[in-house]
Design a protein around this ligand. Structure first.
Ligand SMILES: NC(=O)c1ccc[n+]([C@@H]2O[C@H](COP(=O)([O-])OP(=O)(O)OC[C@H]3O[C@@H](n4cnc5c(N)ncnc54)[C@H](OP(=O)(O)O)[C@@H]3O)[C@@H](O)[C@H]2O)c1
Length: 331
């Protein structure tokens, strides 16, 4: 099978590329070449900014892919480009959406693929819903062969999952230094963290899977942890205990809109997913990596290079500001 990843060197897509190579497929990636991720030597890299449609059309000219997977489409215009680039030129187009598209606040558990799509709190999610709708219309009206895949909170070794920033070492550095760390709400909501190598196994099963065309799927772990437990695992992994301060999500949002949108539109709620649809389409799929195990891989990766183990001053400063404001307000 010939498969193209738009992205391919990212937090999730790197693992999907490795899985596809291991499965014996002919793998291409399109990206701008800005990351120092090492991909398997079998991968063909096409260096290109996908936002430059002319350049992308030229570089992809004459190649038919069995599967194209776009990991970097976020808004309507990105999908419009994809439809022009890949109509009639692929057997299946996989759009990487997000599980944050599901109804917020959630009304039923567990979340299934039939859960209504509505997120008034987060523009990122509303834009992804627009992308999904555009693609499903193209499927219904022109037979565009789309499969929608919705990751929930998914991490690989280069990303330590949390609520601040993009998964760097800051929170762990704070724990090691005995500084307070923030957990939103009362820390008791249940959350699902999925390791990207587990995601990649589900993703691989959907590739070139004719029955999955016109369908949508989330791919998640079945492990559910409270946010307090997640923070405790982080601390235990580096041999410390965490000095947790609980702060309401809307208080955090009032101080930092970016972090707050991800809380109000996602991480302040329980997140429990029913993966039975995926398991029906991909027999044998089972996520196997616990957060304790996955996080240990992250810590091993970060600690291999001391330059990765720094506290980011901007993020840590933001955490300090939120804590100071909160403690000031509750005195
Ligand atoms: N991680 C999560 O928890 C989560 C949850 C839900 C949904 N998602 C979805 O997962 C996707 C992100 O996947 P990921 O984590 O693998 O990606 P990522 O870590 O954000 O990496 C982005 C990839 O795309 C490439 N890229 C970025 N801009 C590009 C451009 N203009 N032209 C060509 N290539 C470009 C990057 O390489 P260069 O920089 O070198 O171009 C890199 O390979 C997003 O669609 C996101 O909405 C993630």
């Amino acid at each position: 099978m010939k498969i193209l990843f738009i992205g391919g060197t990212g937090n999730i897509s790197t693992y999907c590329v490795e899985q596809a190579v291991n499965d014996g497929h002919q793998v291409y990636v399109v990206n701008r070449g800005k990351r120092n991720t090492t991909l398997p030597p079998e991968v063909t890299t096409l260096t290109c900014d996908i936002r430059n449609e002319q350049e992308a059309a030229a570089i992809l000219d004459g190649i038919y892919f069995d599967v194209v997977a776009d990991f970097v489409a976020f808004v309507r215009e990105h999908i419009e480009v994809d439809l022009r680039l890949f109509s009639g030129k692929c057997g299946q187009f996989i759009f990487i959406s997000t599980a944050t598209v599901y109804n917020k606040p959630p009304t039923t558990f567990p979340v299934t693929e039939s859960t209504p799509l509505k997120n008034p709190y987060w523009k990122y999610s509303r834009d992804k819903i627009v992308c999904e709708e555009l693609l499903m219309n193209a499927y219904r009206e022109q037979g565009f062969p789309v499969t929608i895949v919705r990751p929930s909170h998914t991490y690989g070794k280069t990303m330590i999952p949390g609520i601040f920033g993009h998964g760097d070492f800051t929170e762990i550095a704070r724990i090691k230094a005995g500084k307070k760390v923030i957990v939103q709400g009362d820390g008791q909501t249940l959350w699902t963290l999925t390791h990207a190598s587990d995601f990649a196994k589900g993703f691989a099963g959907l590739c070139d899977n004719f029955a999955s065309i016109g369908e949508s799927f989330h791919i998640t772990s079945d492990e559910h942890l409270t946010w307090d437990r997640i923070m405790q695992i982080k601390a235990q992994t580096v041999g410390c205990s965490a000095d947790i301060i609980h702060i309401p999500s809307d208080f955090i949002h009032a101080i930092d809109n970016d972090t707050g949108a991800g809380l109000l539109g996602d991480k302040q709620y329980n997140a429990i997913f029913d993966n039975s649809k995926l398991k029906k389409f991909v027999p044998g799929f089972q996520a196997t990596i616990s957060f304790s195990k996955g996080l240990q891989d992250c810590i091993d990766y970060f600690t291999q290079d001391p330059s990765r183990c720094r506290e980011n001053e901007d993020i840590s400063g933001l955490i300090d500001r939120i804590i100071a404001a909160y403690l000031g307000s509750v005195k």
